[in-house]
Design a protein around this ligand. Structure first.
Ligand code: SF4
Length: 451
């Protein structure tokens, strides 16, 4: 009999959030090609038919391009966060619907659970607890970002039988084999990445596309070098085929690039993909929720992005204070951001479509420096987005974060939560509403001037 694997994307426990389990969907696509029966449970499924029947839950608001909020239930804060004056919630399916999903699957061979942000581990732990309650003798394997960044914590706290630290599909097959679960079919062609199994979701509203992994930069606050130490790049034809597969077969129009370094060497990579897409006149929409490198936005790339239907653009500015850049990253030099903004605006993008991520709460960063950056962004005609800094283990900035924080970051991942601004002191945190207000004013001004 073909073994059935349950793959689970856990709940998120947080103050506020945003996420999509692309890694798990890639794994599901790979395991399906290996011949396994796959049963995917996405705890963040906003379209689950049973959820509407629960009168205690309010339908999540949907937004443009298939994005939107999740089902949400306010819950008690874990004790380390008990004094934080903000509501804490479990995002996703109700416990009842999740248990029903688990009960539907008879005789699974193994349960594979993914994990994302380190401070979302309570969702991982709860998923594993319920999996073990319903399928007590089945091995539970935990992978994903939390498992890799906080390996010891995950071993001690998650309840999983195995916590894996790499994202190599072949070693997962070996591990399953050790548990007496042989791979049923031939292995997929190593030169072609199987598509992520978006078709296992209840509804496909948009597709996340990965044309490459890793990033050549080594920003001190980022874990890309640790999580993806060996950058890879897909063949442009293969990426184009995947976009056409989802568009023609599933009617998808919105595509979100999840690359860390989408525009690097664009003449030989994304430029080739976009040139071919532009010739097809498919009326698709593209989004870059991960920041683009501003240095790479040439006049040609800006025009090509406009011609192919990019709608949401996010740029990695972080700060306009170049003394901070010298310490933290080398991805941007003076004048780069203004040039990129100007090229995008000249190509026809509106101020609302071009967002600039501004890091806030870095160790040693002042409030004044953030205000200056917000005003700098406004002067370039782009939209500021505050991005609260989360200290991440295995980054170059981690040690500095430990010494700047009032929280015990090393032993409690809940304190990595960016909502806490863990590396700012209380007087700095009090300034947050003022910073947010300034950002809202700028956005409001853009909206008014477009009317
Ligand atoms: S450029 Fe972006 S992805 Fe690359 S290391 Fe810096 S923050 Fe990370």
């Amino acid at each position: 009999m073909t073994p059935t694997l349950i793959l689970i994307n856990p709940w998120i426990y947080d103050f506020a959030l945003w996420s999509k389990p692309l890694g798990l969907l890639y794994l599901a696509g790979y395991l399906k090609q290996c011949g396994f029966n796959i049963h995917l449970i996405d705890c963040l499924d906003v379209h689950h038919p049973e959820m509407k029947a629960d009168p205690s839950m309010k339908m999540p608001t949907r937004r443009a391009y298939g994005t939107g909020k999740y089902w949400r239930k306010r819950i008690r804060k874990p004790s380390p966060l008990s004094y934080i004056p903000r509501p804490y919630s479990r995002y996703g399916l109700s416990l009842k619907v999740f248990e029903e999903e688990l009960n539907k699957i008879r005789g699974p061979a193994a349960i594979l659970v993914t994990s994302l942000m380190t401070y979302w581990y309570p969702g991982v732990k709860e998923v594993i607890r319920l999996s073990k309650k319903i399928h007590p003798d089945i091995p539970v394997i935990l992978g994903g970002i939390y498992a890799r960044l906080c390996h010891n914590h995950a071993i001690q706290n998650s309840g999983a039988d195995i916590v894996v630290t790499d994202n190599n599909s072949d070693s997962l097959l070996e591990l399953l084999d050790e548990y007496g679960i042989p791979t049923p079919g031939p292995l997929p062609d190593p030169d072609r990445t199987p598509y992520p199994a978006f078709d296992l979701l209840t509804r496909i509203t948009y597709i996340c596309i990965l044309t490459s992994t890793g990033c050549p930069y080594r920003c001190r606050y980022c874990a890309s070098h640790y999580l993806d130490p060996d950058p890879t790049r897909r063949d442009p034809d293969e990426v184009l085929e995947e976009i056409l597969y989802w568009h023609k077969g599933f009617g998808v129009r919105d595509f979100s690039f999840y690359d860390d370094a989408l525009l690097i060497d664009s003449d030989n990579h994304i430029g080739v993909i976009l040139e071919r897409l532009a010739r097809l006149h498919l009326n698709l929409r593209f989004h870059t929720p991960n920041a683009l490198h501003v240095k790479e936005i040439t006049p040609d790339i800006a025009v090509l992005m406009r011609r192919t239907g990019f709608r949401t653009i996010r740029l990695g500015l972080e700060t306009s204070d170049f003394s901070i850049h010298r310490d933290l990253d080398n991805k941007i030099t003076e004048g780069d951001f203004e040039r990129a903004a100007c090229r995008l605006l000249q190509a026809g993008f509106t101020s609302n479509q071009i967002g600039a991520y501004i890091l806030i709460g870095l160790p040693g960063q002042s409030v004044v420096s953030v205000i200056d950056t917000i005003n700098f962004v406004a002067r370039t005609g782009t939209t500021p987005f505050l991005s609260e800094y989360s200290p991440i283990p295995h980054t170059f900035l981690w040690k500095e974060a430990l010494s700047h924080s009032q929280y015990d970051l090393a032993s409690e991942p809940l304190f990595h939560n960016n909502t806490l601004l863990p590396c700012w002191d209380d007087s700095q945190k009090e300034e947050l509403p003022r910073l947010r207000k300034r950002v809202l004013e700028i956005r409001q001004n853009y909206r008014s001037s477009q009317r």
